[in-house]
Structures are given as structure tokens and as C-alpha cells.
Design a protein around this ligand. Structure first.
Ligand code: ADP
Ligand code: MG
Length: 277
């Protein structure tokens, strides 16, 4: 039985305009069949989802594999097309990837992906990878390189990294490079999709600490996807529980994760392994 969801207001912290406000987000993928590959039907991967990410907070999206988490965040930066929906960034409406006032969504919102191995071009050096987004925006290469150097220091990548290639770094270091790249354009929001899932357990905590520090130091707002409920519990302010594309429960993380109302959230929490000593 679907229990009523907690009031959306219980997720707002303070009076600031939210970093992200989304109402009625739906993504449908065509289902093709037959020899000609004609569209036979549509599959709804994200179904009428609404949420608010308050400024400077971490909102986690949880739910089992295939429930639509990645599709949801990708649609926010135009990587998958969504049906028309109500989307505001810092109070300004977003239409076709453009924010009222002239900026593009990618100027304010950057994504960090799960796999730091495939998301860095193996043929480019670190300096090429990091400076590209700024150079594309008309910043001089020297200025972009200076910023890259500062950011590498901020994410604790050792000196001398600029002229190296991605394969010369460990998985954790590559994810630090991805985070540095995402910060080059000085975004205000990070979308982090399972950013620690491909890493060794010992490295995961370091990356999570880095994200939390960056949130505090830079005032970033973070949409964080994870299937690891312990990580979610440790990091999040708010949580959104998805099930087959729909939001089934939402609220302040401490409350939702200690007193889940929905049967599905209870099952997700029950599946967290308990380590007995
Ligand atoms: N490009 C696509 N075309 C068709 N179906 C897709 C595509 N991307 C994702 N899907 C489907 O949408 C659903 C949600 O996928 P996804 O957002 O990746 O889930 P999650 O990130 O929660 O594991 C899955 O059933 C997946 O197979
Ligand atoms: Mg995913």
C-alpha cells in the first residue's frame, strides 16, 4: 500500500530560494520492435518526479538499480530528453537548457559520473582535460591552467599532475580529477551519480569527505545518487526514495532513514548488511 508522502515543506531548510526546484519531471524512452525497429511503445523511466534541492545541502536519491536515478539527473543537464517540465535553478526558470537571464544550465550545474576510468579521455593530458571547459568559454589557456593548478591542489592531487595522462593515476585519484574538472567552471550545483561505486572501499570515504568539504567551502549544493544506504545516511541532509521511476518517500534524511514510512524504504534499509564483531 502506498502511504502518503511527507510534506515537501519538511525538506526545506531556511528561506533561501532553492538551488534546484523540479516539478513534474517525466522521461519516456521509446521501445522499438520488429525488423524495421519502429517505435512500439514508450517506457516511463522517470514518472512525474518533483523535488527541491536547498542551497548548500546534499539531497540523496536512493532506490534499487534501474529505478531511474541516473536518468533523472541526466535529464537535468540535457543528457537525456525529458517531457516539458517545471524546472528552476536558483529561482530562475530553465527552458531548453537555457536559464532565464542568458546562462546555460552547464554553467551552474556539473555532473560527476560513476566511472572515473571511462569519463576521462585517455589521450588527453590532465591540463588538456581540465582547461577545455574554460577555454571553450573564452578563458585564456594560461588563466585556465592556473585555475586547474589551484583545483588540483584543492582535491589533493600531487604537483606535477598537469602533464600526465589519466592512466598514470589510481581510481581514487581519477575521481578527484573528475571532481576538479567539474569545478573548473565554478558551478553552484554538483550532480554526483554513484561517484564512489567503482572505487575501493578504503578510497570511498576520502572522496565522500572531499565532497562534503567542497560543499562547505564552496557553498555547493549536491544531488547525490547512491545505492549505499550507509553512505547516504552519513552524508545527506535530505533523501528522495525512488521506486520504478516514482518518488515513494521523501524528507529529512535522519527521519526517513530511521523511521521509514513506505514499505519499499523499509526493505531498502533492511537490505543493508550489518557487520557483527
Ligand atoms: N537510453 C535509454 N534507452 C532506453 N531505456 C533506458 C535508457 N537509459 C535508461 N533506460 C532504462 O530506464 C530505466 C532507468 O535506468 P537508470 O536511470 O539508469 O536507473 P538507475 O540509475 O536507477 O540504475 C532502466 O530500466 C533502464 O533500462
Ligand atoms: Mg544509475
Amino acid at each position: 500500500m502506498v502511504k502518503p508522502m511527507r510534506d515537501v515543506d519538511s525538506m526545506s531548510h531556511g528561506q533561501d530560494v532553492p538551488a534546484i526546484e523540479v516539478n513534474g519531471l517525466t522521461v519516456r524512452f521509446p521501445v522499438r520492435g520488429g525488423v524495421l525497429g519502429k517505435v512500439k511503445d514508450y517506457f516511463t523511466a522517470v514518472d512525474n518526479v518533483s523535488f527541491v534541492l536547498p542551497q548548500g545541502k546534499i539531497l540523496s536519491i536512493v532506490g534499487e538499480s534501474g529505478c531511474g536515478k541516473s536518468t533523472l539527473v541526466k535529464s537535468l543537464v540535457g543528457l537525456v530528453p525529458a517531457e516539458p517540465f517545471d524546472y528552476k535553478l536558483f529561482g530562475a526558470p530553465v527552458v531548453n537548457g537555457k536559464i532565464a537571464g542568458g546562462k546555460r544550465v552547464c554553467d551552474l550545474v556539473q555532473m560527476v559520473f560513476q566511472d572515473p576510468f571511462s569519463s576521462l579521455n585517455p589521450r588527453q593530458t590532465v591540463v588538456e582535460i581540465l582547461t577545455a571547459p574554460l577555454v571553450a568559454r573564452g578563458v585564456s589557456f594560461d588563466d585556465a591552467r592556473d585555475r586547474a593548478r589551484r583545483l588540483l591542489d584543492r582535491v589533493s592531487i600531487p604537483d606535477g599532475a598537469l602533464d600526465k595522462f589519466p592512466h598514470e593515476f589510481s581510481g581514487g585519484q581519477r575521481q578527484r580529477l573528475c571532481i576538479a574538472r567539474s569545478l573548473m567552471v565554478e558551478p553552484k550545483v554538483l550532480l554526483c551519480d554513484e561517484v564512489t561505486s567503482a572505487l575501493d572501499v578504503s578510497v570511498q570515504a576520502q572522496i565522500l569527505h572531499l565532497l562534503d568539504d567542497l560543499r562547505n567551502d564552496l557553498g555547493l549544493s549536491i544531488l547525490f545518487i547512491s545505492h549505499d544506504m550507509q553512505v547516504v545516511r552519513a552524508l545527506s541532509d535530505d533523501v528522495l526514495v525512488m521506486y520504478f521511476g516514482k518518488v515513494v518517500e521523501r524528507g529529512i534524511a535522519d527521519i526517513v532513514l530511521t523511521e521509514p514510512q513506505h514499505e519499499y524504504t523499509k526493505k531498502l534499509l533492511a537490505s543493508v548488511p550489518v557487520i557483527r564483531r
